[in-house]
Design a protein around this ligand. Sequence first.
Ligand code: AMP
Length: 307
Amino acid sequence: MSLLVVGSVAFDSVETPFGKVEEVLGGSAMYFSTAASYFTDVNLVAVVGDDFPEEPIEFLKKRNVDTTGLHCVEGKTFRWKGRYGYDLNEAHTLDTQLNVFSDFAPELPEDYRDADFAFLANIDPVLQLEVLEQVNNPTFVAADTMNFWIEGKLNELKAVLERVDMLVINEGEARELSGEPNMVKAAEKIRAMGPTFVVIKRGEYGALLFANDQVFFAPAYPLESVFDPTGAGDTFAGGMIGYLARRGAVGDIESLRLSTVVGCVMASFVVEDFSFDAMRELDDERILQRFKDFHDLISFNPLHSLQ
Ligand code: AMP
């Protein structure tokens, strides 16, 4: 089933204890669409400036991502600068320059409007709403956001939340949005704002899925070398929602649980290298192998009981 995504395409400058990169390819929609493209057809909505190179667009096209909705306008591409300490679970934003996103009014190509699945990746909630308004009758809508928008556009974000089926959000942001330190209570409060399903990303500690009265937990894959967590959240979401779209699944708990694992599998690749680089090396075989390794990591036989 087709999956529509709106989000940022960016130049990122990132510092971690292991190194530093300047103005490299990034953005929530860039990571999301690449990860999702391993599972389903993706239609991308975003904007870049006239300083944006052709190569990443060619890369997306090769991954079968439809870039008709990726507008190129006069001006500068979105830029984000962030830093991570040894606690790689939390990004500290140093600078955000919206540039061409400040007055972007997305107009969806005609054949994007019948999307079955939609993902409103981290971007201005006003844009998320504008995109949602142009989709005819989506079966399943998920969204992400971050502290920048929780602090800057809370009312608009709340209007988005009323209209989505799932929110995929970081632990720190879940705390900020709900005003609740405990994750079980935070998820409950966020569900009361609209989404039936809440997924809380906990960096190297994995992800929690809250679905009605059920909770599911998937750990992050333990890796020897973690260089740069930038994009891990969006790659997680791309794997998760891409997989749900491939199955055409909207609410059954088995698909939701599996999709959470697929999200963790996809995110495990991106942190192994700086910025977007690891996403270029992926293929179906590596994904399947890590999925199997993941299964070994978390399976145990409950019949060998404690007696
Ligand atoms: P994550 O997957 O959570 O690590 O998200 C990282 C990506 O989010 C980076 O590539 C940034 O370009 C992008 N980003 C950072 N701040 C914003 C923002 N305010 N709006 C949209 N995208 C952002």
